[in-house]
Design a protein around this ligand. Structure first.
Ligand SMILES: [Zn+2]
Length: 139
């Protein structure tokens, strides 16, 4: 478990609101994220999925995401152990959020979908070792 850094409540001049909207590229899917602690644990991951997707991801509890609009436009993608649930917009293809495999009580979400947030303003973010995923280790 990585130590939690200082709370990220401002990114490049955009204040992270307690209830912050996020959307896909075409706008069909709109989420409301509950971010009382700002952007928590932003990271990249090098698993087979994330290395292609390339998004900076942060975490919220499952209760932290409300789908405001476009639930029918979301497509579910699963692979391998089918524990994680990856959602993306079926129109524009943008990944919005996923139910995590390493912690199914949390969603990861695409920091780049947050309204007004440019993830490049976060600077460098930690890279999670998704190739050697804890859930893949067999006794
Ligand atoms: Zn879309």
């Amino acid at each position: 478990m990585a130590a939690s850094a200082a709370m990220i409540k401002n990114v490049g001049g955009t204040e992270i609101k307690i209830r912050h909207r996020a959307s896909c590229h075409c706008g069909a899917v709109v989420l409301e994220l509950h971010l009382p602690e700002g952007i928590v644990d932003p990271r990249r991951c090098d698993c087979s999925m994330c290395r292609r997707r390339g998004a900076v991801v942060a975490s919220v509890p499952l209760s932290g995401i409300t789908i405001v609009q476009g639930e029918a436009s979301l497509k579910l993608y699963q692979f391998n152990t089918k524990t994680a649930k990856h959602y993306f917009c079926s129109h524009c293809g943008i990944y919005t959020h996923h139910q995590r495999r390493s912690n199914p009580d949390q969603y990861g979400y695409n920091v780049g979908c947050l309204e007004g947030v440019n993830p490049f303003d976060l600077g460098s973010v930690p890279i999670k070792d998704g190739v050697n995923h804890p859930a893949d280790r067999k006794a």
